[in-house]
Write a protein that binds this ligand. Structure first.
Ligand SMILES: C[S@@+](CC[C@H](N)C(=O)[O-])C[C@H]1O[C@@H](n2cnc3c(N)ncnc32)[C@H](O)[C@@H]1O
Length: 320
């Protein structure tokens, strides 16, 4: 299996596991029990002993989006949802164990978030919980997607790279890859994440610059050979996509490429299950659709080719 297929397979499996955990939560917190009596949404919200009603409402919306529950004549109904989980050899040999442990932590956080979104056991804030994010960005899965990004974007000795929403691990990993004669600029709005990134590159004499900035305020400079946006669109409002894409493409030299990595919602069925867990991070919005990102780029009138690589990768290359 090629690296891009392995990446897609792992994301697919994250979604499958998330569905199972949604079903587990619905059972554990008595949500299915109340719904099976034919309650209205309001009755479900009122009767369950879950203080965080906003999260409970999001949970009900997730059940509807996946198709476990439907609303008919003002009442919620379990609609006989059935889900098949296969364990084929070729799929499982591609699975990377690292993300499973991280997602397990996140599933557990929901019980606390059901009490209050600010519960100390909910560790999803980029600043307050930068350490947790650092662990998440340092798994075997993250190493794989960085490898895929580097190969797809031609990031190598001497490259010039701009990484938007760089996180705490990519600056070191991409910095090492481009060696001493390239340039890597990482932009991130979280001071705590950047502090960890700085500690990692410090003393290595790598050509890494880190800037604390909201990427929505980026100024296009036509300087870079490769611009990377990896797991970033999910934190942007869809109404900001166009402006951000225009600016990101504006950072490239002629012939340069923008690499976008995302679990695109039009390519992964039931992605809403994974979104429910990701939303414990208050900045999370939704996973973008590959088709909406691609058509916005086409709309902007850049002289560029757009390549869809597998289900989670877009490569946009400006004409030389
Ligand atoms: C899920 S992490 C991904 C990090 C890295 N791109 C990777 O793939 O390993 C998202 C990162 O984007 C940063 N971020 C989110 N929204 C941002 C924005 N509007 N401007 C700058 N950074 C942002 C967060 O602080 C966090 O470090």
């Amino acid at each position: 299996m090629g690296e891009i297929s392995v990446l897609d397979s792992n994301i697919e499996h994250m979604v499958r596991m998330a569905i199972l955990h949604i079903i587990q939560l619905g059972t554990k917190h008595g949500v299915f029990k109340v719904i099976s009596r034919g309650a209205t949404q309001r009755e479900v919200l009122d009767s369950l002993d879950i203080p965080n009603k906003k999260l409970l409402l999001e949970f009900l919306n997730t059940l509807k989006a996946i198709g476990i529950v439907e609303e008919r004549d003002g009442r919620l109904k379990l609609n006989g949802f059935s889900y098949r989980l296969d364990v084929p050899k070729n799929h499982y040999e591609a699975l990377l164990p690292g993300w499973v442990a991280v997602l397990e932590e996140i599933y557990r956080m929901v019980d606390y978030a059901f009490i209050t979104p600010t519960h100390p056991h909910v560790l999803m804030d980029f600043d307050k919980d930068a350490d947790f994010w650092d662990i998440r960005m340092n798994t075997d899965f993250a190493a794989l997607y960085r490898e895929v990004i580097a190969k797809t974007g031609g990031i190598d000795q001497g490259s010039s790279v701009l990484d938007l929403g760089c996180g705490s691990v990519s600056p070191y990993e991409f910095g090492k890859r481009i060696g001493y004669d390239g340039l890597y600029v990482g932009v991130d709005y979280s001071p705590a994440i950047l502090e960890i990134a700085r500690a990692r590159v410090e003393g290595e004499s790598l050509p890494v610059e880190l800037k604390e900035l909201d990427l929505k305020l980026l100024r296009p400079v036509n300087e870079y050979q490769t611009t990377v946006m990896s797991f970033i669109f999910e934190y942007l409002k869809p109404e900001d996509y166009r402006r951000v894409l225009r600016r990101a493409l504006g950072t490239l030299r002629p012939g340069g490429s923008l690499i976008i990595l995302e679990p695109f919602r039009d390519n992964f069925r039931h992605i809403e299950a994974l979104e429910f867990f990701e939303r414990l991070n208050k900045d999370f919005k939704r996973f973008p659709a590959m088709s909406e990102v691609a058509s916005l780029i086409a709309d902007e009138g850049f002289d560029a080719s757009i390549k869809r690589l597998g289900r989670s990768l877009l490569k946009v290359t400006l004409k030389p």
